[in-house]
Design a protein around this ligand. Structure first.
Ligand code: NAD
Length: 346
C-alpha cells in the first residue's frame, strides 16, 4: 500500500472513477460524501471493479467536527482530492448562496484540518469556467490565459476557491497543492459499473442525452444555435472520465513523491479538441445507432460560447494525455445508461 488518500465527493461521478484508478495503483481510499448528488450503491460498484472496498464515511464537508473525526478514525491520510461541491451552472444562477456555502466552506474546513493531521498534498477540482469566455486569441486555452469575470456563481466559487488555495499555500503551509481545471468530463467506466448519475433531472449534457435516447426524457434541449460558432451551438472540450481520473493519480504521485519544486501548480485537463453540442449529438447517434430527439431552445444564462483546452502543459509536465476517442466515450455513456435500465434504476 502506498498510503491513504481522502477523496471527498468520492461517491460522485469523477470521484468514483478516480477512486478506482487510485486503488489500481495501490492507494487505500477513504471516501467522504454526504450523498447529496450520489447513491450509496456506488461504493459497492467501485468494489465490483477493483475488488477492494473503499472506506466510506457519510459526512457533510460543511461539518468540520465530523471531518476532523474522519481524519482521526483513518489516521495517516497522506493526500486529499477534493471533489465534493455543487456543480450545476444553471442552478447556481438561481441559488447562489447554496453554491457559495457548499463550494467554499468545505474547502476552508479541509485546508484548516490538513496541517493538524499532517496531510502532505491537496488536489482541487477546478473548472475551465474560471477562464470565463476567453478571447478568440486565447483559444485553445493555456493555464496562463487570463481569469475573466465568471459568468455564473458556480464559476465564481471556483475562482474564489483557487484564490483561497493560492493564499493558503503562499502562507507557507506544510503541504503542496495541484489545481486541476477540468474541461467537460463525459462517459463512464468501461465495465459500466459506475458512471454519471445525478439525482433528479440532469443538468449536464450527456446524462440528459442518454436519458432522452432511452425514452426517459422527451427531448434534449440544445441551448442556442445562434452563437458565433460554425454550427451555432456551443463548443466544449469533452474529455473521457477515466482519462480524467488517471490525471488525479499522476497529480497525487507528483506531490507525494516531491517531483515538483513549486508548492502550487495548475493544469488544464482536456483533449485539445473543440466539439460542438450538435456534433456531439451526431457522434452519439453514429457510435450507438440510437437517435436522440432534440430541439433548439433559447440560450441558457451563464453558458460560455466556446472553450477548449490547450493540454500541452499537462501532457509535458504531468506526462498525462487524454487518449480515448469521443465515439468510444459516448458508447461507454450509453452502455452505462443500459446498465441503469438493467438495474431498474432509470
Ligand atoms: N462534471 C463536470 O462537468 C465538472 C467540470 C469541471 C469541474 N467539476 C468539478 O469536479 C467535482 C466533481 O464533480 P462531479 O461531476 O463528480 O460531481 P458529482 O455531483 O457527481 O460529485 C460530487 C459529489 O460530492 C458530494 N457532495 C456535494 N457536496 C458535499 C458536501 N458538502 N459534503 C460531502 N459531499 C458532498 C455529492 O453527493 C457527490 O457525490 C466538483 O467539484 C465539480 O465542480 C466537474
Amino acid at each position: 500500500m502506498k498510503g491513504k488518500i481522502l477523496v471527498t465527493g468520492g461517491a460522485g461521478y469523477i470521484g468514483s472513477h478516480t477512486t478506482v484508478e487510485l486503488q489500481a495503483v495501490g492507494y487505500e481510499v477513504v471516501i467522504v460524501d454526504n450523498l447529496s448528488n450520489s447513491r450509496a450503491e456506488v461504493i459497492d460498484n467501485i468494489e465490483k471493479i477493483s475488488g477492494i472496498r473503499p472506506a466510506f464515511e457519510q459526512v457533510d464537508c460543511n461539518d468540520k467536527a465530523a471531518l476532523d473525526a474522519v481524519f482521526k478514525k483513518h489516521s495517516g491520510i497522506r493526500g486529499i482530492i477534493h471533489f465534493a461541491a455543487s456543480k450545476a451552472v444553471g442552478e447556481s444562477v438561481e441559488k447562489p448562496l447554496l453554491y457559495y456555502r457548499n463550494n467554499i466552506v468545505p474547502l476552508v474546513n479541509i485546508l484548516e484540518l490538513m496541517p493538524i493531521h499532517k496531510v502532505e498534498g491537496f488536489v482541487f477540482s477546478s473548472s475551465c469556467t474560471v477562464y470565463g469566455q476567453p478571447d478568440a486569441k486565447n483559444l485553445p486555452v493555456t493555464e496562463t490565459a487570463p481569469i475573466l469575470p465568471a459568468t455564473s456563481p458556480y464559476g465564481n466559487t471556483k475562482q474564489i476557491d483557487e484564490e483561497i488555495i493560492r493564499d493558503t499555500i503562499h502562507a507557507s503551509v506544510p503541504f503542496k497543492s495541484i489545481i486541476l481545471r477540468y474541461f467537460n468530463p463525459i462517459g463512464a467506466h468501461p465495465t459500466a459499473e459506475i458512471g454519471e448519475l445525478p439525482n433528479g433531472v440532469p443538468q449536464n449534457l450527456v446524462p440528459f442525452l442518454t436519458q432522452t435516447a432511452m425514452g426517459i426524457r422527451k427531448e434534449l434541449s440544445v441551448f442556442g444555435n445562434d452563437y458565433s460558432t460554425p454550427d451555432g451551438s456551443c463548443i466544449r472540450d469533452f474529455i473521457n472520465v477515466v482519462d480524467l481520473a488517471k490525471a488525479h493519480v499522476v497529480a497525487v504521485e507528483r506531490m507525494l513523491n516531491n517531483k515538483s519544486k513549486a508548492n502550487l501548480e495548475y493544469f488544464n485537463l482536456g483533449t485539445g479538441r473543440g466539439v460542438s453540442v450538435l456534433e456531439l449529438i451526431n457522434a452519439f447517434e453514429k457510435s450507438t445507432g440510437v437517435k436522440v430527439p432534440y430541439k433548439i431552445v433559447a440560450r441558457r444564462e451563464g453558458d460560455i460560447e466556446q472553450i477548449w483546452a490547450n493540454p500541452r502543459y499537462a501532457n509535458e509536465v504531468l506526462g498525462w494525455t487524454a487518449v480515448e476517442t469521443i465515439e468510444d466515450t459516448l458508447k461507454s455513456a450509453w452502455d452505462w445508461q443500459l446498465k441503469l435500465r438493467e438495474r431498474k434504476i432509470m
